[in-house]
Design a protein around this ligand. Structure first.
Ligand SMILES: [Zn+2]
Ligand SMILES: [Zn+2]
Length: 492
C-alpha cells in the first residue's frame, strides 16, 4: 500500500484521510486494473498522472522520439511510448471549459489573466510599461431584445420587480439570484427565436465590423483620412464572450489606443487621441453597425453599451476600473461557455434532437437548439449553410472564439505555454535529466490513441490529485520529450 500512495516525485500523500470513500473499496478495482503490469509500470503510471496536474480527461498518445546532437548528428537518446504503461503516454487535454476539465480550465484562466494584465500593465512579455498611460477602456457589447425575459437582480445586486405591466405578458415577481426563471421568455410563443439564433451566429461578424467602424469614426472625429489615422494610431483589443442567462452571447473587451511611430510599435499616442475620443467613437460605431441576415433583415448591437475608462494604478476610484480588477473580470469569463443556459458542452447528434427535454435542458434552450437545427438544414436554407448552425446548435448558433486578442495587445497563449515548457526543461537540465534544446534536435512522431482514464485509473488518479499541489502546472507539450526516460532508454 505505501507504494501506491506516493506521488510520482516521491512525496507522500497527505490528505488520504479526508477522502470520503474507504480507500480499500477504491483500490480493489484499481489493483485488479493495474495487476497486469509490473511494479515499474505502476511507478511510471503514477509519475505520468502526477505530471497531468489533475487533468480529468488526458489524451493518450503512442509514438517515439529521437534526440540528436545538432552539431555531430550523434543520437543522444531514444524514447518510445512502448516503455510506458499500456504502451501509451498521457498528456493534458488542455480543454478551456471548466465543465469539461477543471484543472486545464484553471491553467487557461490564469494564462488569460496574465495576457490581459500584461496588455494593461506592460513591463513584461514584450509590452512596454508606458502602455499604462495610453487611453484604455473596458467596453461591454450586448445583444438587442428578442422578446421580454424574466429579469434577475440589477447590476447593484438589488432585486427588482420583473415586468409589472397591465397589457401584454407581465410578471410581478421579484426574482432572486439563482432563480431558474431568469432569462426565460415571458411568452415563448411570441419570442423571436430566429432572430436570436441568427444574432448569435453573426456576433463575430458584428464585432469585426465594429472594429472597422471604430477606426473610421475616430479618424472622422480627428479630421483625418483613414490612411492618415492608420499611420498614427494602432487600436488593440482583447475580448471574451459571455452567455447571458437568456442564451445570447455578449462581449467584454479591453480596447487600448497606441501611437504608431517607426521603430516603436507601442509608442505613446498623440495628445488629441484621448480616452473621451475613444469612448465616444465606441458608442457611435456600436450604434452604426448593421449586418443583413438572409430572409430576416438587419442585425445590430443592443442599445446598451457600457464604456468604462481603466485607470493606471491600484487605487479603486469610483468611476474608474483598476487594471487588476479588469484582468480578473475578463479572465473569469474565459473558461465559461454556453452551459450557463443549460445547453450541452458538446455538439448535438441527430438522434438526440427529440430527447432534449428529457436530457434536462430547459425549454427556452431547447427551442433555441431546435431553431438552430431547423435553420441549419442545408436543403431548406442553403443561404445559411456557411453558418453551420447544426454543428453549433449546442452553442445556440455562436461559432466564434471565446477569447481573442489583436496581435499587438500583449503576448499569446502559445508564448505562455512555451515559457512553461522552457521553465520545466531548464529545471531538468539543471538536474542533469534533459538535453539543452539549443544544441540538440528532437525528431518525433506521435499518434492519438484515445482519451480519458479507465474507471480504475480514474479512481486512483482522483486519489492522487487530492494531494497534488504543483506550483507550475505541466502543459500538454512538456510531457512529450519525456526527458526522464530518455537517459534510461539511451543506456539500453
Ligand atoms: Zn484536462
Ligand atoms: Zn418574471
Amino acid at each position: 500500500m505505501p507504494t501506491l500512495l506516493r506521488h510520482g516525485n516521491g512525496g507522500p500523500m497527505t490528505n488520504t484521510a479526508e477522502f470520503p470513500v474507504p480507500v480499500g473499496d477504491l483500490l480493489g478495482p484499481v489493483i485488479r486494473d493495474l495487476a497486469r503490469r509490473s511494479g515499474r509500470d505502476l511507478t511510471r503510471w503514477l509519475d505520468q498522472v502526477h505530471r497531468l496536474g489533475g487533468c480529468r480527461e488526458p489524451l493518450r498518445l503512442t509514438g517515439h522520439s529521437t534526440t540528436i546532437d545538432a552539431a555531430t548528428g550523434e543520437v543522444l537518446a531514444r524514447y518510445s511510448t512502448r516503455a510506458e504503461p499500456h504502451g501509451q503516454l498521457l498528456i493534458r487535454c488542455g480543454n478551456r471549459r471548466a465543465s469539461r476539465c477543471p484543472a486545464c480550465a484553471e491553467t487557461y484562466r490564469r494564462d488569460t489573466f496574465h495576457l490581459i494584465r500584461s496588455g494593461l500593465l506592460g513591463g513584461d512579455k514584450g509590452v512596454p510599461e508606458t502602455v499604462r498611460t495610453h487611453p484604455r477602456v473596458l467596453a461591454t457589447f450586448t445583444a438587442p431584445s428578442f422578446g421580454p425575459v424574466h429579469r434577475g437582480p440589477g447590476k447593484d445586486g438589488k432585486t427588482i420587480v420583473c415586468h409589472p405591466r397591465r397589457t401584454g405578458p407581465s410578471c410581478f415577481t421579484w426574482h432572486k439570484n439563482g432563480d431558474p426563471n431568469i432569462g426565460q421568455p415571458l411568452d415563448p410563443e411570441t419570442y423571436d427565436y430566429t432572430g436570436h439564433v441568427l444574432w448569435n451566429a453573426h456576433a463575430g461578424d458584428l464585432w469585426r465590423r465594429f472594429t472597422i467602424y471604430l477606426r473610421r469614426h475616430m479618424a472622422a472625429a480627428a479630421g483625418l483620412t483613414r490612411k492618415e489615422f492608420g499611420n498614427r494610431i494602432r487600436l488593440s483589443f482583447a475580448k471574451v464572450a459571455e452567455y447571458q442567462a437568456r442564451g445570447v452571447v455578449h462581449f467584454h473587451a479591453v480596447i487600448r489606443l497606441d501611437g504608431r511611430t517607426s521603430g516603436a510599435p507601442l509608442a505613446a499616442p498623440p495628445a488629441w487621441a484621448t480616452v473621451e475620443l475613444l469612448s465616444d467613437a465606441i458608442r457611435s460605431a456600436v450604434a452604426a453597425v448593421r449586418i443583413d441576415a438572409p430572409e430576416y433583415g438587419s442585425l445590430a448591437w443592443g442599445r446598451q453599451v457600457d464604456v468604462a475608462p481603466i485607470s493606471p494604478g491600484v487605487l479603486n476610484h469610483k468611476t474608474m476600473l483598476t487594471e487588476r480588477a479588469v484582468a480578473g473580470y475578463v479572465a473569469k469569463y474565459a473558461t465559461k461557455s454556453a452551459e450557463t443556459s443549460g445547453t450541452l458542452d458538446r455538439a448535438i447528434k441527430t438522434h438526440e434532437m427529440p430527447r432534449l427535454h428529457k436530457m434536462g435542458i430547459p425549454d427556452h434552450t431547447v427551442r433555441l437548439i431546435r431553431t438552430a437545427w431547423r435553420l441549419g438544414c442545408t436543403h431548406n436554407r442553403p443561404d445559411l449553410a456557411h453558418l453551420r448552425l447544426r454543428d453549433w446548435a449546442h452553442m445556440l448558433g455562436f461559432r466564434g472564439h471565446f477569447s481573442t486578442r489583436s496581435r499587438a495587445y500583449s503576448t499569446t497563449l502559445g508564448a505562455l505555454r512555451q515559457a512553461r515548457v522552457d521553465y520545466r526543461q531548464r529545471l531538468q537540465i539543471d538536474r542533469g535529466r534533459a538535453f539543452d534544446p539549443d544544441t540538440t534536435l528532437v525528431l518525433a512522431h506521435w499518434k492519438f490513441a484515445g482519451q480519458g482514464y479507465t474507471p480504475g485509473e480514474s479512481a486512483l488518479a482522483a486519489l492522487i490529485n487530492g494531494g497534488a499541489d504543483d506550483p507550475v502546472p505541466p502543459t500538454s507539450t512538456d510531457a512529450l520529450p519525456a526527458p526522464i526516460d530518455s537517459r534510461t532508454e539511451a543506456a539500453k
